[in-house]
Write a protein that binds this ligand. Sequence first.
Ligand code: ZN
Length: 433
Amino acid sequence: MTDAMPYAVPDWKMDDLRARIDALNKTAAKLGCAQVVLTIIGDHIKEIFPHRAYDEYGEKIAPKMVLFIDVTLTGEAPKLNGWSFLGTLQHLGDANILRALPGVTIPESYRLRPNQCDHCHTVRQRTDTYVVQHEDGRTRQVGTSCLKDFLGHSDPATIANFCSNLGDLFNEFGGGGEYDDDDFDRCPRDAEYFQMDRYLSYVVAAVRNFGWVSSTTAREYGKESTKNFALTAMTERDQAKLKDAAIPTDAHRAEAAAAIAWMKSIDGTWTQGDAYKENLHTLFTAREYLTYRDLGLAALLIPCYEREVERRITEKQAKAESHHVGTIKARMTFTDLLVTRIFTTEPGEWGSTYICGFVDADGNQLTWFASTCPAFDAGDTVSLNATVKDHSTYHDIPQTIITRATVLSVTPAGDPEAVPGGGCVTRDHTRRW
Ligand SMILES: [Zn+2]
């Protein structure tokens, strides 16, 4: 019997699987039959929702990310004189459970067979009997002690156990990931895995709304670290219970994805031998998921990415001197404006004002005092129709003040060359500018 169907085994059960295969193979060697071979063909992450929806405190239990190892198992049941082992009949009252080895079928007619041996014709109280099949198709139900007459070994109990264990192994680990919920309740925290992009979108939401809090700062000032805040929010099964500020918006998700893409694309000139930068780069290029111990380091990606983005904006602003553009009172089209900042004022009688800063391709700086939250964010590239209201200066830098702007197009920050965005409702724009 061989069975090359792939099985998905939870990562944290692999040791158990290997131990059982080792034990089986010792017996296989004694019986002179083929070894059970485990082949790893890949892995994947799956979100498991425990059946028990609430814990002992009445709190919803969060789903767990579990790493599954895709494996194939091949093995061979003892075979002699044309007879081979099909499986085990487990006798339960009047009916039987048919435990066939993978790749073979025990005929349904065995479902209601009494607890008997076709070979010696004894009816005895046995827990299990076995079904063997001849090459010509005949099948027989036999007890433990008669197995040897078919499979030709002096130690029938060993054969019976081996066949039974082999069947159990394939049945248990051949379930395609259908495991007891209890198994997953026992899944240790350090065996859980986390999707990079999902976790980092919670980190972005936390940083946007509450600022970056390192684990050191958290310890010193009794705050909650960004890592813990994001982890708690992400693993809260009842997301409706979370405050809005903890839940990532589409913009947060876009920034997380952009940050990951940036980290994957950078080369050694960014890390420059700096240990934690090297570690970050290694972490994000090595694989697509995070383990519990990676979460602190992974969260650092977001402040690093934001510094990189600010550096790019500064670089672009420094490239060319700013000059005034257009003629006052003239309406004109501005293309390819990089949004350098959005500053939200405290709400006044007429609500907040959104001060939007731009730099055009020539390095000229523009400012728009918008009365409603603009449909773009820092880092986006936009084209506008607007009226030139004034030619002023800010910190001695010429600024063209525009008004009545109509947004023609927005290219969102989504690629590594772009800048992070955030929803302007919950975002604290004052923090970064
Ligand atoms: Zn018998």
